[in-house]
Design a protein. Structure first.
Ligand SMILES: CC(C)(COP(=O)(O)OP(=O)(O)OC[C@H]1O[C@@H](n2cnc3c(N)ncnc32)[C@H](O)[C@@H]1OP(=O)(O)O)[C@@H](O)C(=O)NCCC(=O)NCCS
Length: 191
């Protein structure tokens, strides 16, 4: 994926300028334009504002491609658990490993925060997201019936346990290596 020649910082022009950065108030409009495309019941401006304002218990990031916001993620910290509240990549940019990069950054951040487990809810029909989460060691542990009220869809509850273990760290390091995320991070500011 990443095209790196010689010195890892001299990168081919083909490598886009990517960065994962903390989400700021000025980013919310750009985030909303994706949110409205990907979620049947999108969060409002005020929900994002409230979430990013709670810097002790939340961590929100944007993924930028040449400055443009093309994805974002959010996590809520509750004691030893990190609950993924939102993750999305603009439809035009899905399937290019950006979701995996956001997850890798999010997990790295959760580990720094001292989290031991990760959890989330996902629509039972949302196979791309379930694939992403399974790659990152999430397992289905239950169903919340009718959790998504707008279409009465069930949510699958998923957990990834013991993310601070060597085994889990090796798992995500393998993903990063297979997808060339580390090379990209040297060239950009991914992690
Ligand atoms: C879920 C989402 C963030 C993934 O982002 P992405 O940039 O497409 O993810 P990646 O390119 O890193 O792909 C992640 C994995 O999903 C797989 N995948 C991507 N699209 C898929 C599809 N349509 N069907 C099945 N698997 C798919 C990829 O193959 C990859 O697995 P692999 O590495 O084993 O090949 C993106 O699909 C999205 O924004 N969806 C809408 C919002 C959403 O549903 N968010 C989750 C709410 S719980």
């Amino acid at each position: 994926m990443a095209i790196v020649h010689g010195d890892s910082r001299q990168v081919s022009d083909e490598l886009p300028n990517l960065a994962i950065l903390p989400m700021r108030k000025k980013d919310i409009e750009g985030v909303l334009s994706i949110e409205k495309l990907v979620h049947p019941k999108p969060w409002s401006y005020n929900v994002f504002l409230s979430e990013i304002s709670n810097t002790k218990e939340r961590s929100y990031s944007t993924l930028r491609l040449n400055g443009e916001i093309v994805g974002y993620s959010g996590v809520m910290y509750i004691l030893e658990d990190a609950h993924i509240t939102n993750i999305a990549v603009s439809p035009a940019h899905q399937g290019k490993d950006y979701g995996s990069a956001l997850m890798f950054a999010l997990v790295t951040e959760a580990l720094k925060h001292g989290s031991k487990n990760l959890t989330l809810e996902v629509r039972v029909t949302n196979k791309p997201a379930q694939k992403l989460y399974t790659n990152f060691g999430f397992m289905p542990v239950g169903i919340r019936k009718g959790y998504y009220q707008e279409n009465n869809e069930d949510a699958m509850i998923m957990w990834a346990y013991d993310i601070d273990s060597d085994q889990y760290r090796e798992r995500i390091a393998k993903i990063a290596s297979a997808k060339g995320l580390i090379e990209r991070s040297k060239a950009s500011r991914w992690f």
